[in-house]
Design a protein around this ligand. Structure first.
Ligand code: PEP
Length: 262
């Protein structure tokens, strides 16, 4: 099947713990004119750290580029020091939230069960989750790519309806490729994306064909086109390269070129 009708590409910037609010706003201002035309073909989302959300939202005022946060909790309020609820993010004009990023899993002990709770709560509040899954190098070397990635997918989406899954973007991010400069080859990535798509079909039927599956892990202007050209790669979650307006704009343009293919 072609992606053109059902799956508009999505390119999301994960700024991680970088940029003060005024620096984030400046980067967004630098970026906007470079990708204005592309937003007619590709969904673009910027995910600054929490303190930068309001300043970046002001720059993105016209809504052509979306805004996302890098995590959210499952409760609406309460004694959860350091956490932020989906409703709080909605008041800051967020439409998206990254959940289950490998840095959250590895450095802050987040589990599949917790990621599932966060996903369900984000959906219930009206946010679009970007659910991150991916294997470590040890798991790849041990032949556990499929069991790891599909296990994270199953547990992350547990209890969702087909309608709800349409609001989710899945990001396949092999941990060994994040911030390392080492990218999965387009074929390596596509083979995992195809497994993810098949698993989504088993669980959610036809809705699976409309779910965006993003690739993340050292995407750069030089490799974005080939990655996005794969059948089941519907865009990217971009870390390091999203901190440079020129590079991120080039990656968005690569997604646009793929979107324009008949
Ligand atoms: C990420 O952290 O989501 C990511 C993909 O980072 P990078 O592009 O820097 O590998």
């Amino acid at each position: 099947m072609t992606r053109s009708i059902q799956r508009r590409p999505l390119v999301a910037a994960n700024w991680k713990m970088n940029l003060l609010p005024r620096e984030g706003a400046a980067l967004a201002r630098e970026l906007l004119p470079r990708i204005r035309e592309e937003t007619g073909f590709v969904d673009v989302v910027l995910c600054p750290p929490y303190p930068g959300l309001a300043a970046v939202a002001d720059v993105l005022e016209d809504g052509a580029v979306g805004l996302g946060a890098q995590n959210s909790h499952w409760e609406e309020s309460g004694a959860y020091t350091g956490e932020v609820s989906p409703r709080m993010l909605l008041t800051l004009a967020c439409q998206w939230v990254i959940l289950g990023h490998s840095e959250r899993r590895q450095l802050f002990g987040e589990t599949d069960e917790g990621v599932n709770q966060r996903t369900r709560a984000a959906l219930a509040a009206g946010l679009n989750p970007i659910l991150c899954i991916g294997e470590t190098l040890d798991q790849r070397d041990a032949g556990q790519v499929e069991s790891t990635v599909l296990g994270q997918l199953d547990r992350g989406l547990d209890g969702l309806t087909a309608e709800e899954v349409l609001a989710v973007a899945v990001a396949y991010e092999p941990v060994w490729a994040i911030g390392t400069g080492r990218t999965a080859t387009p074929e390596e990535a596509e083979s995992v994306h195809a497994l993810i798509r098949d698993r989504l079909r088993e669980g959610f039927g036809e809705a699976a064909d409309a779910v965006r599956i993003l690739y993340g892990g050292s995407v750069k202007p030089e490799n974005a086109g080939e990655l996005f050209g794969q059948t089941d790669i519907d865009g990217g979650l971009i870390g390091g390269a999203s901190l440079r307006a020129e590079d991120f704009a080039a990656i968005v343009r690569a997604a646009t070129r793929e979107a324009e293919q008949p």
